[in-house]
Design a protein around this ligand. Sequence first.
Ligand SMILES: [Zn+2]
Length: 61
Amino acid sequence: MNTTCPICGNSNNCCNGIDKSKGICWCTQETFPQEIFDLVSDEDLRKKCICQECLHQFPNK
Ligand SMILES: [Zn+2]
């Protein structure tokens, strides 16, 4: 499943991984700093979405 955050393991609430009929995901409208992707392993990158909470807790945001 791609519905868990690769950083904290909680649900990422990403509808890109769940149901696209619900419209565009919150993550499509957010800006993700490049540095946050350094926290994600290559394996999970582009497969799992970072959750909103981790994005907002990221120091450089
Ligand atoms: Zn998270």
